[in-house]
Design a protein around this ligand. Structure first.
Ligand SMILES: Cc1cc2nc3c(=O)[nH]c(=O)nc-3n(C[C@H](O)[C@H](O)[C@H](O)COP(=O)(O)OP(=O)(O)OC[C@H]3O[C@@H](n4cnc5c(N)ncnc54)[C@H](O)[C@@H]3O)c2cc1C
Ligand code: FES
Length: 277
């Protein structure tokens, strides 16, 4: 394995980077990246919700308790949406907070974030050795369909067994190279194309198309404009501005870049190129 810090030689390598950043069998079209909005509210009584609950109605919400250094929390998640396919993620947080305040005895909203996970066509994760001929010691675990605490534990047990030379009855079920429907994965285009830099307000961002160039620009609170290439360094799709997290989200395979273009989440491994405007 080649890294920025040098070459690593190993008999077995496990790539469990949410979306695989490398694999001898392509994972991009076998998976669909999607997000939930999540808010953690302060609560007085940690016993107010006894367990974890997911609604059966649409749009779906889920709730569970948590804790930070200040005390107990109620963590509420909204309905899922494909990464980079929504040009107004902030609206989802407004809707989620309003829903939570209608339904639950919540106090101050203290944490907000978008999570990301990968769906698979049959709702089963991809775990194991994708190509035993070409890369016999190369193992992956991805596509947890938002159930990576339980599936990730199963993946850990199974891959540990494979490394120790043991076969597992789960190998066929989780086979990362199993057939998949060609029309499952949905690429997308930027949802935040704007007509010019002048239209971007402080705190906002958008993609300006100028000839064959696509420029991803955002304006900070002081009014200064910051720009990077809008072309994702994974396979070249055009990123969408996430107006809640202030990130550039790729609508194809779920890479997430910070406002300054640095990589926050793969499969991209290189930053968006800085541009002077
Ligand atoms: C609020 C909430 C509640 C949840 N509840 C449940 C539940 O009840 N049950 C359940 O089963 N699941 C649950 N999940 C889902 C579960 O947390 C995820 O599915 C799981 O964490 C995904 O695991 P992962 O190992 O694939 O990815 P991650 O946990 O994202 O781990 C990937 C790791 O790879 C590292 N990485 C990424 N890129 C690179 C790189 N290029 N080089 C080196 N390292 C890299 C990252 O830093 C990270 O540490 C919940 C999620 C949320 C947000
Ligand atoms: S994540 Fe694949 S093109 Fe952006």
């Amino acid at each position: 394995m080649v890294t920025d810090g040098g070459n690593v030689h190993a008999e077995h390598v496990v790539v469990a980077t949410n979306m695989t950043v490398k694999s001898p069998v392509g994972m991009a079209r076998r998976t669909q990246p999607r997000m939930h909005t999540a808010i953690a509210f302060r609560i007085n009584d940690p016993g107010v919700v006894d367990g974890m609950f997911i609604g059966i109605d649409e749009p779906t919400h889920s709730i569970r308790t948590g804790r930070d250094a200040e005390g107990p929390l109620l963590v509420v998640l909204g309905p899922k949406f494909n990464t980079g396919h929504d040009g107004d993620v902030a609206r989802r947080f407004v809707e989620l907070e309003a829903w939570a305040r209608r339904q639950l005895p919540v106090g101050e909203a203290v944490w907000r974030w978008c999570n990301e996970d990968y769906d698979t066509p049959d709702r089963v994760a991809y775990v194991g050795t994708p190509d035993r001929e070409k890369a016999p010691g190369f193992h992956i675990a991805t596509g947890f369909n938002a159930w990576g605490i339980s599936n990730g534990s199963a993946a850990g047990l199974m891959i540990a067994g494979l490394v120790a030379g043991q076969s597992s009855p789960w190998e066929n079920l989780y086979d990362p190279a199993r057939p998949y429907p060609e029309d499952f994965h949905k690429d997308g285009d930027s949802q935040t194309i704007v007509s010019g830099f002048d239209t971007i307000p402080p705190g906002g961002g958008g993609v300006v198309v100028s000839g064959d160039k696509k420029i991803a620009a955002w304006r900070d609170g002081g009014g200064a404009l910051h720009a990077v290439s809008a072309t994702c360094t994974h396979k070249g799709c055009t990123v969408t501005w996430n107006n809640a997290d202030r990130t550039w989200d790729c609508p194809c395979h779920g890479s997430i870049f910070a406002a300054d273009g640095s990589v926050l989440h793969g499969p991209a491994r290189k930053p968006l190129q800085r541009i002077d405007v």
